[in-house]
Design a protein around this ligand. Structure first.
Ligand SMILES: *Cc1c(COP(=O)(O)O)cnc(C)c1O
Length: 390
């Protein structure tokens, strides 16, 4: 049972000058929390977040000034641990933003004086392209099929006037992933362009090779196991130099101001201090990414095999080289999908819905670090009980 929340009913303002303050409605009782969620974002948070939140309050972080020494040490520590645990090169710069969506806009404004090129196969890649094109009308794209491994050698982006080549490393909407070797192929034929990678649903879940791209970004409500409201933008020295050349001073979230503030471990506006605090706690407690990524890869393999062999669902992506390891996509008839989601919910398991055009014919399972093995075991047991013939 939750302790009843205090209300301000009947209280009078000090001195009584305002007269009695009308009583507030008591908070509604929250529904009993689901046992496990497999949503791909906002996704399951680490159980330790409960303690971190309490500590943040107790330690006074919720009102900590963002120019003070205490906050700047926190940022320094968060960035140090982030680089250490995720294998981010020391000479790369980490910036904090509000979301991955904001990163799309920052990159169009701050690294794209002329146009960008976008390679994608799903809704997030398309949204990025749409935002970028709205700001830079010459922006171009190539879409590829869900089962396809794009041929990086055959892409038409090479043109003197392409500033930024953009790809979505893990397309959350289609449960597909672009592997390291293909990113490398692309990186090797960039010419003067920079390579920017949306890794929102793989950053902190995969052992990404940061040296093979100039810009990486994501937000914390996916593989970091944290509540939403913070984005992480990672820039190579080449990207930092370009941002200074482009010199976008017309926007509050422009890169030059963010970069110069970050030299002092500050931000140019009051940041999400709680989010940064939680990030620093999670990173300090985390295993190194190599171990985390291996665990997720092994678990993904087992899950795909289980669903393929033992349930009426099939992997959404048949091609082993194209499917995601952090977002497990499964497909079935709409009626079956609906029934599975409903029965799972009754059993305390919230499954992720399909996204966009795949909404009715697929489900997605977050294979994120904060989803415990016990949760996965409960999921498998649910399917064994409900769908595997005895
Ligand atoms: C979730 C997601 C986004 C959007 O993240 P926000 O933090 O909501 O802006 C962008 N790209 C990908 C690949 C995502 O999975």
């Amino acid at each position: 049972m939750r302790a009843p929340r205090p209300t301000f009913a009947g209280r009078t303002a000090p001195g009584g000058a305002l007269g009695p303050i009308p009583s507030l409605r008591p908070y509604p009782t929250l529904p009993v929390p689901q046992q496990f969620t497999f949503n791909v974002g906002p996704a399951a948070v680490y159980p330790a977040v409960r303690q971190y939140l309490q500590d943040a309050y107790d330690e006074g972080w919720l009102s900590a000034p963002h120019r003070g020494e205490r906050f700047t040490s926190l940022v320094r520590q968060a960035v140090t641990d982030l680089k250490l645990k995720l294998n981010i090169p020391q000479d790369y710069t980490v910036l904090f933003t509000g979301s991955a969506t904001e990163c799309w806009e920052i990159l169009a404004q701050g690294l794209t004086p002329r146009r960008s090129f976008h390679l994608y196969n799903g809704e997030f890649g398309k949204k990025w392209f749409d935002y970028a094109r709205a700001l830079r009308p010459g922006t171009t794209d190539v879409q590829f099929g869900l089962e396809e491994v794009p041929d990086m050698g055959a892409l038409p982006f090479v043109g003197e006037d392409t500033d930024l080549v953009c790809l979505t490393q893990n397309e959350t909407s289609t449960a597909t992933q672009i592997r390291e070797t293909h990113i490398l192929q692309l990186y090797n034929r960039l010419g003067g362009a920079l390579l920017a990678v949306d890794a929102t649903s793989s950053l902190a879940g995969l052992n990404l090779k940061f040296i093979k791209a100039d810009v990486w970004f994501g937000s914390v409500q996916k593989c970091f196991g944290l509540p939403a409201g913070l984005g992480v933008l990672i820039l190579s020295p080449r990207a930092v130099a370009r941002a200074k050349e482009v010199n976008d001073r017309a926007h509050y979230n422009g890169l030059p101001a963010a970069l110069s503030n970050m030299l002092n471990h500050q931000t140019n506006y009051t940041p999400n201090v709680l989010g940064i605090y939680l990030l620093s706690r999670v990173m300090a407690d985390r295993e190194p990414i190599k171990a985390v990524a291996q665990h997720l890869a092994d678990r993904a393999q087992k899950l795909y095999d289980f669903f393929e062999q033992a349930t009426p669902l099939q992997p959404l992506i048949a091609n082993h080289d194209a499917r995601s390891t952090t977002v497990i996509g499964l497909q079935g008839e709409p009626a079956l999908i609906e029934e599975i989601k409903r029965k799972a919910l009754e059993a305390g398991l919230t499954l992720g819905s399909g996204y966009g055009p795949l909404k009715n014919t697929s489900i997605r399972i977050a294979n994120f670090p904060a989803v415990s093995d016990a949760a996965m075991e409960a999921l498998v047991q649910f399917f064994v009980k409900e769908y595997v013939a005895a």
